[in-house]
Design a protein around this ligand. Structure first.
Ligand code: HEC
Ligand code: HEC
Length: 298
């Protein structure tokens, strides 16, 4: 924090605390003059409602002073006064690191034991899968859903259809390094609206969602020329690029004409963030085994 803001906060806080002390003393001297405590002030409302000159209860007053003393003590012990670290040396990062270290000491031996197993065994080991399930719940549900069935743009991890592959190497690489599937904008090369419509019809016909009629088939040469580099000439996809299989009626974004049209006209760029640094090698492997087990249970 720059020096100016440090002193700004220190001065503001100290002045405010002093003001609180002054306020209670000043307020104690206010009230009706020439009226003794426990006497009627003389004001009267609604016939019999009278105002008494009662002092504030002592316990209330002490509470007020205790909060002031507490605040001063707190600011001496903990960080709060500008850049001052507090005498206890407590900090959020310090506490976080302490907890992480505690967790590492406690759980790392367990992770290590599992991570030493062969992958095939690991993906069938009940305790390891339970651990994988809880790691999944902590780190992956926001995007892939609590049942791992995904949503539009977020792949279903329980089916046996893989953008990037399901070997140990594939899944751990996906988790550790992340993935970015890039579908370029290709509409301009398709020759206007009719060309796009025909391509949409052709893509849908690959999964049997619409008839392979003359319109749809007229886009086939275009598909081979423009799309096969990533999706293959048959449309079966390529895991090297994360290009989906377009023939299996399993959709990352959706199968409607409008959805496929917007994929072609606007492009797509699905991002799976890298988790390697966050999770480390052992937890990545346990999670990968858990993910691999999901589609085997189908
Ligand atoms: C450079 C490689 C590349 C080319 C060329 C390419 N695609 Fe794609 N396509 C992808 C990738 C990668 C994805 C997945 C995007 C993602 O993960 O967000 C994709 C996604 C799609 C989808 C969405 C599938 C789903 O399951 O929702 C459709 C439809 C599609 N492409 C059709 C086409 C068509 C038609 C062409 C040719 C006009 C084409 N692609 C050319 C790489 C490519
Ligand atoms: C911020 C959202 C997000 C989070 C968090 C996330 N993912 Fe993903 N994940 C994605 C997206 C988007 C894709 C698809 C990438 C693409 O379009 O190619 C994906 C793809 C994958 C794939 C590849 C699926 C395939 O068909 O090949 C796996 C495996 C995967 N994620 C596992 C995980 C695991 C395990 C976690 C938790 C550690 C996780 N993801 C957390 C968004 C996320």
């Amino acid at each position: 924090m720059p020096a100016f803001w440090h002193w700004f906060i220190v001065a503001g806080t100290v002045v405010f605390v002093i003001w609180c002390v002054w306020l209670i003393q000043w307020a104690g001297k206010q009230g009706p003059q020439n009226v003794a405590d426990d006497e009627v002030v003389g004001h009267r409302w609604d016939g019999d409602l009278e105002e008494w000159n009662n002092p504030a209860p002592k316990w209330w007053l002490y509470l007020y002073f205790i909060t002031i003393i507490w605040a001063v003590g707190y600011m001496i012990a903990y960080p709060g006064l500008g850049n001052f670290d507090g005498l206890l040396g407590w900090s959020q990062e310090g506490q976080y690191e302490q907890e992480m270290q505690y967790a590492a000491e406690r759980y790392e031996p367990i992770y290590e034991r599992f991570a030493g197993m062969p992958f095939a065994e690991l993906s069938q080991q009940a305790d390891a899968l339970k651990l994988g399930e809880s790691l999944y719940a902590s780190y992956c549900t926001t995007c892939h859903g609590s049942d791992a069935r995904g949503a539009a743009g977020y792949p279903n991890l329980t089916d046996d259809d893989w953008l990037w592959g399901n070997t140990e190497a594939d899944i751990t690489a996906t988790i550790r390094h992340g993935r970015n599937g890039v579908m370029p904008v290709l509409a301009p090369a398709l020759g206007g609206d009719a060309g796009i419509d025909n391509m949409v019809a052709y893509v849908r016909s690959l999964s049997g969602l619409s008839p392979a009629d003359a319109d749809a088939m007229s886009a086939k040469p275009m598909f081979v020329a423009l799309c096969s580099a990533c999706h293959t000439a048959e449309g079966t996809g390529n895991k090297l690029f994360g290009a989906p299989n377009l023939t299996d009626d399993i959709w990352l974004y959706g199968s409607s004409e409008a959805m496929i049209r917007s994929t072609i006209t606007e492009g797509r760029s699905g991002i799976m963030p890298a988790h390697g640094e966050l999770l480390g090698d052992n937890r990545s492997k346990i999670l990968a085994a858990y993910i691999a087990s999901l589609s085997k249970n189908q």
